[in-house]
Write a protein that binds this ligand. Structure first.
Ligand code: NAP
Length: 349
Protein backbone atom coordinates (compact mmCIF):
# COMPACT_ATOMS: atom_id res chain seq x y z
CA UNK A 1 0.00 0.00 0.00
CA UNK A 2 1.28 3.44 -0.90
CA UNK A 3 1.16 6.03 1.87
CA UNK A 4 2.41 9.59 2.08
CA UNK A 5 4.80 10.69 4.79
CA UNK A 6 4.74 14.42 5.34
CA UNK A 7 8.27 15.33 6.40
CA UNK A 8 9.40 18.68 7.84
CA UNK A 9 13.10 19.53 7.76
CA UNK A 10 14.42 22.01 10.29
CA UNK A 11 17.83 23.48 9.51
CA UNK A 12 17.03 23.27 5.81
CA UNK A 13 19.60 25.95 4.88
CA UNK A 14 22.51 24.04 6.47
CA UNK A 15 24.72 21.23 5.21
CA UNK A 16 22.90 18.46 7.02
CA UNK A 17 19.44 19.88 6.28
CA UNK A 18 20.34 20.10 2.58
CA UNK A 19 21.56 16.53 2.58
CA UNK A 20 18.46 15.33 4.40
CA UNK A 21 16.40 16.93 1.64
CA UNK A 22 18.52 15.30 -1.10
CA UNK A 23 18.60 11.84 0.50
CA UNK A 24 14.96 11.74 1.68
CA UNK A 25 13.72 12.90 -1.74
CA UNK A 26 14.68 9.42 -3.06
CA UNK A 27 12.18 7.76 -0.71
CA UNK A 28 9.01 6.84 -2.61
CA UNK A 29 6.59 7.94 0.13
CA UNK A 30 8.24 11.15 1.33
CA UNK A 31 6.59 14.48 0.62
CA UNK A 32 8.23 17.57 2.10
CA UNK A 33 6.19 19.88 4.31
CA UNK A 34 7.77 22.82 6.14
CA UNK A 35 11.39 23.69 5.44
CA UNK A 36 12.55 25.72 8.42
CA UNK A 37 15.70 27.51 9.56
CA UNK A 38 16.67 30.68 11.40
CA UNK A 39 18.54 33.65 9.83
CA UNK A 40 17.57 32.50 6.32
CA UNK A 41 13.82 32.44 7.04
CA UNK A 42 11.96 34.23 4.23
CA UNK A 43 14.52 33.20 1.58
CA UNK A 44 13.86 30.71 -1.22
CA UNK A 45 15.60 27.40 -0.58
CA UNK A 46 17.40 27.71 -3.93
CA UNK A 47 19.44 30.63 -2.57
CA UNK A 48 21.06 28.31 0.01
CA UNK A 49 20.76 24.89 -1.65
CA UNK A 50 21.03 25.57 -5.41
CA UNK A 51 21.66 21.86 -6.10
CA UNK A 52 18.15 20.88 -4.89
CA UNK A 53 16.33 21.85 -8.07
CA UNK A 54 12.82 20.53 -7.31
CA UNK A 55 12.72 22.51 -4.06
CA UNK A 56 14.41 25.70 -5.27
CA UNK A 57 11.23 27.82 -5.11
CA UNK A 58 10.15 26.65 -1.67
CA UNK A 59 10.23 29.32 1.05
CA UNK A 60 12.26 28.75 4.20
CA UNK A 61 10.18 29.56 7.28
CA UNK A 62 11.14 30.24 10.89
CA UNK A 63 11.65 27.19 13.11
CA UNK A 64 8.84 26.98 15.65
CA UNK A 65 6.45 24.48 17.15
CA UNK A 66 3.74 25.94 14.90
CA UNK A 67 5.67 25.60 11.64
CA UNK A 68 6.70 22.03 12.56
CA UNK A 69 3.15 20.98 13.56
CA UNK A 70 1.04 18.65 11.42
CA UNK A 71 3.84 16.44 10.04
CA UNK A 72 4.33 12.68 10.25
CA UNK A 73 8.10 13.09 10.53
CA UNK A 74 10.24 16.03 11.69
CA UNK A 75 13.98 15.96 10.98
CA UNK A 76 16.00 18.34 13.14
CA UNK A 77 19.35 19.44 11.67
CA UNK A 78 20.14 22.21 14.15
CA UNK A 79 23.14 23.26 16.22
CA UNK A 80 23.49 21.16 19.38
CA UNK A 81 21.60 22.62 22.30
CA UNK A 82 18.85 23.92 19.97
CA UNK A 83 16.93 20.80 19.06
CA UNK A 84 16.23 19.61 22.61
CA UNK A 85 14.01 22.57 23.41
CA UNK A 86 12.02 22.31 20.17
CA UNK A 87 11.72 18.52 20.28
CA UNK A 88 10.28 18.65 23.80
CA UNK A 89 7.32 20.65 22.45
CA UNK A 90 6.51 18.40 19.47
CA UNK A 91 3.56 15.99 19.76
CA UNK A 92 4.48 12.51 21.05
CA UNK A 93 2.95 10.83 17.99
CA UNK A 94 5.27 12.69 15.57
CA UNK A 95 8.41 10.76 14.58
CA UNK A 96 11.33 13.07 15.37
CA UNK A 97 14.79 12.33 13.97
CA UNK A 98 17.43 14.54 15.62
CA UNK A 99 20.67 14.85 13.63
CA UNK A 100 22.20 16.94 16.41
CA UNK A 101 23.84 15.66 19.58
CA UNK A 102 21.16 16.63 22.12
CA UNK A 103 19.67 13.16 22.66
CA UNK A 104 22.56 10.79 21.93
CA UNK A 105 24.30 10.43 25.29
CA UNK A 106 22.97 8.25 28.09
CA UNK A 107 25.09 10.00 30.69
CA UNK A 108 24.11 13.49 31.87
CA UNK A 109 27.59 13.80 33.40
CA UNK A 110 29.20 13.16 30.00
CA UNK A 111 26.84 15.73 28.44
CA UNK A 112 27.78 18.31 31.07
CA UNK A 113 31.51 17.63 30.63
CA UNK A 114 31.65 17.75 26.82
CA UNK A 115 28.72 20.01 25.82
CA UNK A 116 27.59 21.86 28.94
CA UNK A 117 24.13 23.21 29.69
CA UNK A 118 20.90 21.28 30.02
CA UNK A 119 20.89 17.59 29.02
CA UNK A 120 17.72 16.95 27.02
CA UNK A 121 17.60 13.22 27.74
CA UNK A 122 18.37 10.04 25.84
CA UNK A 123 16.56 8.74 22.76
CA UNK A 124 16.82 5.41 20.92
CA UNK A 125 20.09 5.55 19.02
CA UNK A 126 19.91 5.59 15.23
CA UNK A 127 22.79 3.29 14.33
CA UNK A 128 21.07 0.10 13.09
CA UNK A 129 24.37 -1.82 12.72
CA UNK A 130 25.53 -1.19 16.29
CA UNK A 131 26.19 -4.61 17.85
CA UNK A 132 24.33 -5.02 21.15
CA UNK A 133 24.36 -7.72 23.83
CA UNK A 134 21.47 -9.55 22.19
CA UNK A 135 21.59 -8.52 18.54
CA UNK A 136 21.74 -5.15 16.83
CA UNK A 137 20.48 -1.67 17.56
CA UNK A 138 17.98 -1.98 14.67
CA UNK A 139 15.97 -4.29 16.97
CA UNK A 140 15.47 -1.36 19.35
CA UNK A 141 14.24 1.08 16.70
CA UNK A 142 11.05 -0.55 15.45
CA UNK A 143 8.13 1.66 16.45
CA UNK A 144 10.25 4.34 18.14
CA UNK A 145 8.89 7.90 18.06
CA UNK A 146 12.17 9.65 18.75
CA UNK A 147 15.56 8.78 17.23
CA UNK A 148 18.99 10.28 18.01
CA UNK A 149 20.99 10.13 14.80
CA UNK A 150 24.69 9.39 15.52
CA UNK A 151 27.61 11.78 15.11
CA UNK A 152 29.61 11.47 11.89
CA UNK A 153 33.06 10.77 13.39
CA UNK A 154 31.39 8.45 15.84
CA UNK A 155 29.90 6.45 12.98
CA UNK A 156 33.28 6.03 11.26
CA UNK A 157 35.04 4.89 14.45
CA UNK A 158 32.24 2.70 15.82
CA UNK A 159 31.54 0.85 12.59
CA UNK A 160 35.28 0.50 12.04
CA UNK A 161 36.23 -1.01 15.39
CA UNK A 162 33.14 -2.63 16.90
CA UNK A 163 33.58 -6.10 15.30
CA UNK A 164 36.90 -6.51 17.08
CA UNK A 165 35.46 -5.32 20.38
CA UNK A 166 32.39 -7.56 20.15
CA UNK A 167 34.52 -10.60 19.25
CA UNK A 168 37.09 -9.85 21.96
CA UNK A 169 40.01 -9.84 19.51
CA UNK A 170 41.24 -6.34 20.43
CA UNK A 171 42.01 -4.67 23.75
CA UNK A 172 39.62 -1.67 24.02
CA UNK A 173 41.60 0.02 26.78
CA UNK A 174 44.26 1.37 24.40
CA UNK A 175 42.52 2.62 21.24
CA UNK A 176 43.86 5.34 18.98
CA UNK A 177 41.77 6.96 16.26
CA UNK A 178 43.10 9.58 13.86
CA UNK A 179 40.62 10.96 11.38
CA UNK A 180 40.90 12.94 8.17
CA UNK A 181 37.71 15.02 8.00
CA UNK A 182 36.23 17.11 5.21
CA UNK A 183 35.21 20.72 5.82
CA UNK A 184 31.45 20.18 5.66
CA UNK A 185 31.80 18.38 8.99
CA UNK A 186 32.14 21.80 10.60
CA UNK A 187 28.81 23.09 9.24
CA UNK A 188 28.22 26.16 7.06
CA UNK A 189 29.18 28.74 9.66
CA UNK A 190 31.69 31.46 8.89
CA UNK A 191 34.98 31.03 10.75
CA UNK A 192 38.54 32.07 9.97
CA UNK A 193 39.94 28.54 10.15
CA UNK A 194 37.31 27.39 7.66
CA UNK A 195 38.28 29.94 4.96
CA UNK A 196 39.61 28.47 1.70
CA UNK A 197 42.82 30.47 2.11
CA UNK A 198 43.49 28.76 5.44
CA UNK A 199 42.35 25.27 4.53
CA UNK A 200 43.06 24.55 0.89
CA UNK A 201 46.78 24.01 1.37
CA UNK A 202 46.68 22.57 4.86
CA UNK A 203 45.85 19.59 7.02
CA UNK A 204 44.73 21.10 10.34
CA UNK A 205 44.23 19.11 13.56
CA UNK A 206 41.57 20.30 15.98
CA UNK A 207 40.14 19.28 19.37
CA UNK A 208 43.45 17.54 20.15
CA UNK A 209 44.08 16.03 23.57
CA UNK A 210 40.82 14.27 24.37
CA UNK A 211 38.49 17.26 24.11
CA UNK A 212 36.36 16.37 21.06
CA UNK A 213 32.65 16.08 21.82
CA UNK A 214 32.30 12.80 19.97
CA UNK A 215 34.53 10.91 22.43
CA UNK A 216 31.86 9.99 25.04
CA UNK A 217 29.53 8.81 22.26
CA UNK A 218 32.22 6.49 20.86
CA UNK A 219 32.90 5.14 24.35
CA UNK A 220 29.18 4.59 24.89
CA UNK A 221 28.88 2.64 21.62
CA UNK A 222 31.90 0.43 22.22
CA UNK A 223 30.56 -0.40 25.68
CA UNK A 224 27.25 -1.40 24.08
CA UNK A 225 29.27 -3.57 21.68
CA UNK A 226 30.76 -5.43 24.64
CA UNK A 227 33.78 -3.53 25.99
CA UNK A 228 34.02 -3.44 29.79
CA UNK A 229 36.39 -0.50 29.76
CA UNK A 230 37.20 1.86 26.87
CA UNK A 231 40.12 4.25 26.60
CA UNK A 232 40.50 6.09 23.35
CA UNK A 233 42.85 8.77 22.08
CA UNK A 234 40.86 10.55 19.33
CA UNK A 235 42.36 13.14 16.98
CA UNK A 236 40.49 14.64 14.01
CA UNK A 237 42.29 16.59 11.28
CA UNK A 238 40.60 18.84 8.73
CA UNK A 239 41.86 18.06 5.23
CA UNK A 240 41.10 19.94 2.00
CA UNK A 241 38.01 18.09 0.81
CA UNK A 242 34.37 19.11 1.05
CA UNK A 243 33.05 15.79 2.36
CA UNK A 244 34.23 12.52 3.77
CA UNK A 245 35.85 10.96 6.81
CA UNK A 246 38.75 8.51 6.73
CA UNK A 247 39.32 7.01 10.17
CA UNK A 248 42.47 5.06 11.02
CA UNK A 249 41.86 3.18 14.25
CA UNK A 250 44.31 0.94 16.07
CA UNK A 251 44.12 -1.21 19.20
CA UNK A 252 46.32 -3.96 20.70
CA UNK A 253 45.71 -7.45 19.38
CA UNK A 254 44.27 -9.57 22.21
CA UNK A 255 46.52 -12.33 23.52
CA UNK A 256 46.60 -15.51 21.47
CA UNK A 257 44.48 -14.18 18.58
CA UNK A 258 45.57 -14.90 14.99
CA UNK A 259 45.33 -12.63 11.96
CA UNK A 260 42.78 -15.05 10.45
CA UNK A 261 40.61 -14.75 13.54
CA UNK A 262 40.78 -10.96 13.29
CA UNK A 263 39.68 -10.99 9.67
CA UNK A 264 36.92 -13.48 10.43
CA UNK A 265 35.59 -11.20 13.19
CA UNK A 266 35.13 -8.31 10.76
CA UNK A 267 33.83 -10.36 7.87
CA UNK A 268 31.24 -12.20 9.95
CA UNK A 269 30.07 -9.02 11.71
CA UNK A 270 29.20 -7.33 8.43
CA UNK A 271 28.36 -10.30 6.16
CA UNK A 272 24.66 -9.40 6.16
CA UNK A 273 24.88 -5.62 6.49
CA UNK A 274 23.61 -3.81 3.40
CA UNK A 275 25.67 -0.65 3.90
CA UNK A 276 28.84 -1.67 5.77
CA UNK A 277 31.28 -3.47 3.50
CA UNK A 278 34.56 -5.13 4.47
CA UNK A 279 36.70 -4.76 1.35
CA UNK A 280 38.66 -7.65 -0.16
CA UNK A 281 42.02 -8.18 1.55
CA UNK A 282 44.60 -5.62 0.47
CA UNK A 283 42.06 -3.07 -0.85
CA UNK A 284 41.84 0.06 1.29
CA UNK A 285 38.83 2.35 1.74
CA UNK A 286 38.90 5.86 0.33
CA UNK A 287 36.49 8.66 1.08
CA UNK A 288 36.02 9.13 -2.67
CA UNK A 289 34.41 5.69 -2.93
CA UNK A 290 31.69 6.65 -0.43
CA UNK A 291 30.70 10.11 -1.65
CA UNK A 292 26.95 10.48 -1.98
CA UNK A 293 26.36 6.89 -0.80
CA UNK A 294 25.06 5.48 2.47
CA UNK A 295 28.05 3.18 2.72
CA UNK A 296 30.82 2.60 5.24
CA UNK A 297 33.85 0.86 3.71
CA UNK A 298 36.16 -0.99 6.09
CA UNK A 299 39.51 -2.77 5.93
CA UNK A 300 41.45 -4.44 8.72
CA UNK A 301 45.03 -5.66 9.06
CA UNK A 302 47.29 -6.94 11.83
CA UNK A 303 50.55 -5.07 12.39
CA UNK A 304 52.48 -7.99 13.84
CA UNK A 305 55.57 -6.02 14.90
CA UNK A 306 53.48 -3.43 16.74
CA UNK A 307 51.08 -6.06 18.08
CA UNK A 308 48.15 -3.95 16.99
CA UNK A 309 45.08 -4.31 14.83
CA UNK A 310 44.77 -1.48 12.30
CA UNK A 311 41.35 -0.61 10.89
CA UNK A 312 40.59 1.97 8.23
CA UNK A 313 36.99 3.05 7.64
CA UNK A 314 35.55 5.60 5.24
CA UNK A 315 32.15 7.30 5.12
CA UNK A 316 30.51 10.34 3.60
CA UNK A 317 29.92 12.40 6.75
CA UNK A 318 26.73 13.88 5.30
CA UNK A 319 25.21 10.55 4.16
CA UNK A 320 26.11 7.51 6.32
CA UNK A 321 27.39 10.08 8.83
CA UNK A 322 23.95 11.69 9.24
CA UNK A 323 21.21 12.06 6.56
CA UNK A 324 21.46 8.47 5.34
CA UNK A 325 21.48 7.14 8.90
CA UNK A 326 18.36 9.23 9.57
CA UNK A 327 16.52 7.73 6.58
CA UNK A 328 17.73 4.20 7.38
CA UNK A 329 16.40 4.63 10.92
CA UNK A 330 13.11 6.06 9.66
CA UNK A 331 12.68 3.03 7.40
CA UNK A 332 13.16 0.66 10.34
CA UNK A 333 10.92 2.63 12.68
CA UNK A 334 8.08 2.71 10.17
CA UNK A 335 8.46 -0.87 8.93
CA UNK A 336 9.87 -0.15 5.46
CA UNK A 337 12.69 -2.30 4.06
CA UNK A 338 15.77 -0.76 5.67
CA UNK A 339 17.37 0.12 2.34
CA UNK A 340 14.39 2.03 0.86
CA UNK A 341 15.53 5.14 -1.01
CA UNK A 342 19.17 4.75 0.05
CA UNK A 343 22.12 4.80 -2.34
CA UNK A 344 24.82 2.14 -2.42
CA UNK A 345 26.49 3.74 -5.42
CA UNK A 346 28.89 6.63 -4.80
CA UNK A 347 29.80 9.56 -7.03
CA UNK A 348 33.21 9.14 -8.68
CA UNK A 349 35.72 10.41 -9.62
N1 NAP B 1 28.05 18.61 9.14
C1 NAP B 1 28.14 17.31 9.41
O1 NAP B 1 28.89 16.55 8.77
C2 NAP B 1 27.27 16.71 10.50
C3 NAP B 1 27.20 15.32 10.60
C4 NAP B 1 26.42 14.76 11.61
C5 NAP B 1 25.71 15.58 12.47
N2 NAP B 1 25.80 16.95 12.35
C6 NAP B 1 25.00 17.77 13.26
O2 NAP B 1 23.89 18.27 12.52
C7 NAP B 1 23.52 19.57 13.01
C8 NAP B 1 23.52 20.56 11.84
O3 NAP B 1 24.84 20.64 11.32
P1 NAP B 1 25.20 21.40 9.97
O4 NAP B 1 26.56 20.96 9.62
O5 NAP B 1 24.09 21.25 8.98
O6 NAP B 1 25.23 22.93 10.46
P2 NAP B 1 24.99 24.26 9.57
O7 NAP B 1 25.41 24.00 8.16
O8 NAP B 1 25.65 25.35 10.31
O9 NAP B 1 23.41 24.47 9.60
C9 NAP B 1 22.75 24.84 10.78
C10 NAP B 1 21.26 25.01 10.49
O10 NAP B 1 20.60 25.30 11.72
C11 NAP B 1 19.86 26.52 11.58
N3 NAP B 1 19.86 27.23 12.87
C12 NAP B 1 20.91 27.81 13.49
N4 NAP B 1 20.51 28.32 14.68
C13 NAP B 1 19.20 28.07 14.78
C14 NAP B 1 18.21 28.36 15.76
N5 NAP B 1 18.49 29.01 16.90
N6 NAP B 1 16.93 27.96 15.52
C15 NAP B 1 16.61 27.29 14.40
N7 NAP B 1 17.52 27.00 13.43
C16 NAP B 1 18.78 27.38 13.64
C17 NAP B 1 20.57 27.29 10.50
O11 NAP B 1 19.65 28.20 9.93
P3 NAP B 1 20.09 29.62 9.24
O12 NAP B 1 21.13 29.27 8.22
O13 NAP B 1 18.82 30.09 8.61
O14 NAP B 1 20.57 30.49 10.33
C18 NAP B 1 20.95 26.15 9.54
O15 NAP B 1 19.86 25.78 8.76
C19 NAP B 1 24.54 19.91 14.11
O16 NAP B 1 24.00 19.57 15.35
C20 NAP B 1 25.72 19.00 13.78
O17 NAP B 1 26.50 18.68 14.92
C21 NAP B 1 26.57 17.52 11.38
Amino acid sequence: MHMTLKVAVSGASGYVGGEVLRVFSEHPDVEFGALTAHSSAGDRLGVHQPHLRTLADREIVETSVNTLAGHDVVVLALPHGTSGEIAAQLPPETLVLDCGADHRLASSEAWAEYYGGHHSGTWPYGMPELITADGHQRDNLLGAKRVAVPGCNVTAVTLGLQPGVAAGVVDPTDITAVLAVGYSGAGKKLATNLLASEGLGAASPYAVGGTHRHIPEIVQNLEVAGAADVKISFTPTLVPMARGILATITAPLAAGVSADEVRAAWESAYADEPFVHVLPEGQWPTTAATLGANTCLVQVAVDKKAGRVVVVSAIDNLVKGTAGAALQSMNIVLGYPETTGLQLQGVAP
